[in-house]
Design a protein around this ligand. Structure first.
Ligand SMILES: Nc1ncnc2c1ncn2[C@@H]1O[C@H](COP(=O)(O)OP(=O)(O)OP(=O)(O)O)[C@@H](O)[C@H]1O
Ligand SMILES: [Mg+2]
Length: 267
C-alpha cells in the first residue's frame, strides 16, 4: 500500500449501510445472517450494536472492515464504497491477538511497518502507547502483560493508524469488570479527543450506554435492526446515574431481557 493511500485517514467519516443482506453457505445450504439492514453512522459518532448471540453483529463489522462482501446491498465509508480492507477502517477484536514474538512497541508499529511508513511514524507510535497508558512497557512481550494491558496494546495498535472508522468487536469481553470499567472510561476519553467514527459490538448494555451516542438493537438471526436508542448524556456519563440506570432498563426490555424474574415466576 502506498503512503498516499494512508492520507485518507483522520477524523471520523460517515458510514452508510444500505439495504444490506448477507448469507453464509454451510455445506451448500444458505444461512441468512443479515436481513435488509440500513443504517447511517454520522461522522465522528460512536454507535453500539447489541443483539442476541449469533445474530450477525460480528458479520456486520466484518462487512464494514471489508473482510466480506455482502450478498446484497452496499456499504460506504464517506462517499467511497467499501470493497476491501483499508487502514482508515480498523477492526479490533475481543482477543487481543498481539504477535507473541514481538514487543509492545513492535506490535503497535505493525500497521506503519506493513505500509513501509515506519520512519515517519516513530513519534506517533510512542504517542499511541502513551495514550493507552502503556508507557514504560514498550519493550515488554505479550506474555509479560496482563489481559488488560494486552487489550490496551491492541487498542494502541489500532489508534496508531489514526483510523477514521474504528470497529470494535467485544474488545473488553474477556476482561474482569474493574479493568473493563477503566478501559471503557479511557476509550470514551480517547474518542472525545479524536472523534473517530466508532462502531462497537458488545453484550454489555452499560458499556454501550456509557460509550455511545446511539445504541442499536438487533433481532435474532437473520439480524434486523429492531430499535435504536439515542443516548443524550453528553459527556456526563456516570455509571450509577438515574438516567443511565433508566436507559439500561429500557434497552434490556428491547432485548427481551428486562423481566426475567417475572417471567420465571409466571412459568
Ligand atoms: N465464516 C462463516 N461461515 C459460515 N457461517 C458463519 C461464518 N461466520 C459466522 N457464521 C455464522 O453466522 C451467524 C452469525 O455469526 P456472527 O459471528 O456474526 O454472530 P454475532 O452476533 O457476532 O454472535 P456473538 O454475539 O456470539 O459474537 C452464526 O450463526 C455463525 O455460525
Ligand atoms: Mg460476535
Amino acid at each position: 500500500m502506498t503512503a498516499g493511500a494512508h492520507t485518507e485517514t483522520g477524523r471520523g467519516v460517515a458510514v452508510d449501510v444500505q439495504s444490506v443482506s448477507h448469507a453464509y453457505s454451510i455445506e451448500g445450504a444458505p444461512l441468512p445472517v443479515l436481513d435488509n439492514i440500513s443504517l447511517r453512522v454520522e461522522p465522528g459518532e460512536f454507535v453500539s450494536c447489541l443483539g442476541p448471540s449469533g445474530c450477525g453483529k460480528s458479520t456486520l463489522l466484518r462487512l464494514l472492515a471489508g473482510l466480506e462482501t455482502p450478498s446484497r446491498g452496499s456499504l460506504l465509508s464517506g462517499s467511497a464504497r467499501i470493497t476491501g480492507p483499508h487502514p482508515s477502517r480498523i477492526l479490533a477484536f475481543q482477543d487481543a491477538t498481539l504477535f507473541p514474538w514481538a514487543t509492545v512497541w513492535q506490535n503497535v508499529a505493525a500497521g506503519p511497518t506493513a505500509r513501509n511508513e515506519l520512519r515517519g511514524s516513530r513519534q506517533r507510535i510512542d504517542e499511541a502507547i502513551a495514550q493507552v497508558g502503556l508507557s514504560g512497557f514498550e519493550r515488554a512481550y505479550p506474555h509479560q502483560l496482563s489481559g488488560g494491558m494486552a487489550q490496551r496494546a491492541a487498542l494502541a495498535r489500532a489508534l496508531v493508524n489514526d483510523p477514521s472508522v474504528l470497529l470494535l468487536d467485544e474488545p473488553f469481553g474477556k476482561l474482569d469488570s474493574f479493568t473493563r470499567m477503566a478501559l471503557q472510561d479511557d476509550l470514551r476519553a480517547l474518542w472525545e479527543e479524536k472523534r473517530f467514527t466508532g462502531i462497537l459490538v458488545t453484550h454489555d448494555v452499560e458499556e454501550a450506554i456509557l460509550l455511545s451516542e446511539r445504541v442499536l438493537v438487533f433481532s435474532d438471526r437473520p439480524a434486523r435492526l429492531l430499535r435504536e436508542f439515542r443516548i443524550d448524556l453528553g459527556n456526563d456519563r456516570e455509571r450509577t446515574s438515574r438516567k443511565v440506570v433508566k436507559l439500561r432498563g429500557e434497552i434490556l426490555s428491547a432485548l427481551n431481557l428486562g423481566h426475567r424474574g417475572k417471567k420465571r415466576e409466571a412459568a
